[in-house]
Design a protein around this ligand. Sequence first.
Ligand code: ADP
Ligand code: MG
Length: 294
Amino acid sequence: MVMKDIITKAEILIEALPYIRNFCGKTFVIKYGGAAQVKEELKDSFAKDIAMLNFIGIKTTIVHGGGSRISATMEKMGKKPKFIQGQRVTDEETMDIVEMVLGGLVNKEIVSLINNHGGKAVGLSGKDGGLIKAKKKLIKKSSERGIDEVIDIGLVGEVTHIDPHIIISLEKDGFIPVISPVGVGSKGETLNINADYVAASVASALRAEKLIILTDVPGIIDKNNKIISTLKKQQIKKLIGDGTIAGGMLPKVQASLKALEGGVTKTHIVDGRVPHCLLLEIFTKEGIGTEIQA
Ligand code: ADP
Ligand code: MG
């Protein structure tokens, strides 16, 4: 390599200095999902990014999804996955599969990937240490007569309380908590919860510096098909109202708002299909996705 290129490399590394100074010792919560959780090469670059953040002194907590793996396992077992308003209808048998696949398969795979790169990841579900308390989520649907009808989609939950104690204990000793989005109801029942919302609640409970949500689009896209790099909280209502933000982006934006209200400084929606998207978003001026701030 010629000297000029070597010096350029040093300049790229030093561009990260102000960010490292600022974020060392702070907490980031990362929602891990989409292509980054499926493609081998992306899984590995994600795990490397997490290990690196940890060695730099940034405390990371990961909340993962795993919907496609749950559906695949259900089909293997002869059960047909069913969704209402984007949420999985979860009977008791399905809940067992959700818990087995998320906690057993997906969670441990992420833990090993990070540990392969020298991190010290520990898998948790919302049951461990009383981390996630939840209540059954009821879905409303307007009937033709304009009367709201409540639909029961089974053991689907929403977070009522996060006890971050176990995360804080693990972080203190340099461990990286990896959480599967399963909560416990008031009668001890197991509830399946959307990972975007769990990530937001965990970020609020930890007073995290950042909530970063990985997804399979470049960020929030505007009406002209351009990526919006920075958004203020107040701009979001209008973007939802005029239909710019819809579908699978809604829970991400709502989770972001919830996190900001809970005291998180900034939230980011980034393209998990880009290798090392976390490093690019955190340590460069330009960033790659959409950042939302209060
Ligand atoms: P994930 O698996 O990461 O949860 P989802 O499919 O649930 O991803 O959510 C992302 C989807 O949200 C995109 O694929 C896109 O179709 C949709 N979407 C709706 N509005 C927007 C928007 N304004 N910008 C980007 N994506 C949007
Ligand atoms: Mg989704």
